[in-house]
Design a protein around this ligand. Structure first.
Ligand code: IPM
Ligand code: MG
Length: 322
């Protein structure tokens, strides 16, 4: 199995190596190859992700991804969005798990407000929010597939205001009925609050692109912040795994970033390849390190990225030998 590794920029370069090591310990047969994309590459070459890099990404069985800083260029389009579009990674899956709750935010990942259809006029700028039947159908099916093995589905929407969300909500309800999945709908603003107040009420939440972006950051509050949340970007042919956080230039290079989100993203990669035991081993190792009081600063600890990483890899190696 060939894994493309994109460290990217900022703290991506510090947290991805820990995630990669975790994979190396658990799956020695995996092979890894670096793909250089991001702001630093843009500075050096004028292109943040050229055709060759895109081909390399497409050739991998899975992609382990860090984070990319957005270059200060008015014509620039986010590299991550380019990759999601080109590889058609239509499902963005963000599990949020803690004592008493087990939530998965499933976000449509290719259209909505991120359709890329936008322009600037003299006195205004316009972005078109595209919600297609096909796009809604496939994300609804994906979310129903997840919810079927669990308990229920909530459709986060703003159908009281947006026609595009009437379509999205209706298709989700149809698919849930077809799949026999208990399903309810909730306005996204009310859902954002209730998720924090009563997280145990939720299971799988499906929503459109930008609502899912915002909701998943909000949900990070439940688990100690963005340093903790992983994500999977899934398509029919390709899959990319990345922390929910960005490149965090303000703390980059200081050995203080929390690598848990990246390591958990590696766990999602393992689960995606059918290795549920490997994914579970990563969770157990994280728990074991926490229970020894080893935490990074965002969680109130004093461990640096490297020290936390070493403790984690130590735990994993012990678990792997058993
Ligand atoms: C995320 C990020 C991205 C998004 C940015 C970096 C384009 O915020 O993955 O949540 O908005 O999807
Ligand atoms: Mg985001």
């Amino acid at each position: 199995m060939k894994i493309a590794v994109v460290e990217g920029d900022g703290i991506g370069r510090e947290v991805v190596p820990v995630a990669r090591q975790a994979l190396e310990v658990l799956r020695p047969e995996m092979s890894f190859f670096p793909v250089d994309v991001g702001y630093a590459v843009w500075e050096a070459t004028g292109s943040a992700c050229d055709d060759e890099a895109m081909r390399d990404l497409a050739s991998a069985d899975a992609i382990l991804f860090g984070a990319i800083t957005t270059p200060p260029d008015p014509d620039y389009r986010s590299v991550l969005l380019q990759i999601r579009h080109q590889l058609d990674l239509y499902a963005n899956v963000r599990p949020v798990k803690g004592p008493g709750f087990d939530i998965v935010v499933v976000r449509e990942n290719t259209e909505g407000l991120y359709s890329g259809i936008e322009w600037t006029e003299a006195d205004r700028a316009c972005t078109v929010r595209v919600v297609s039947r096909r796009g809604s159908r496939r994300i609804a099916r994906y979310a129903c597939g997840l919810a079927r093995g669990r308990s229920q589905l909530t459709v986060g929407n703003k159908a009281n205001v947006l026609k595009s969300d009437v379509l999205f909500r209706n298709i989700c309800l149809e698919e849930a009925a077809r799949a026999g999945v208990p399903c309810s709908t909730q306005y996204i603003d009310a859902l954002a609050l209730d998720l924090l107040m009563q997280p145990s009420r939720y299971d799988v939440i499906v929503t459109t692109n930008i609502f899912g972006d915002i909701l998943s950051d909000i949900a990070a509050y439940l688990v100690g912040g963005l340093g903790m949340l992983p994500s999977a970007n899934i398509g029919r042919r390709h899959a990319l795994f990345e922390p929910v956080h960005g490149s965090a230039p303000d703390i980059a290079g200081r050995d203080i970033a929390n690598p848990v989100a990246a390591v958990r993203s590696a766990a999602l990669l393992l689960a995606h390849t059918g290795d549920a035991a490997g994914a579970l081993a990563i969770e157990h190792a994280i728990e074991a390190v926490f229970s020894r009081g080893i935490k990074t600063r965002d969680l109130g600890g004093t461990a640096g990225t490297r020290a936390f990483g070493e403790a984690l890899i130590g735990e994993l190696s012990r678990l792997a030998r058993r």
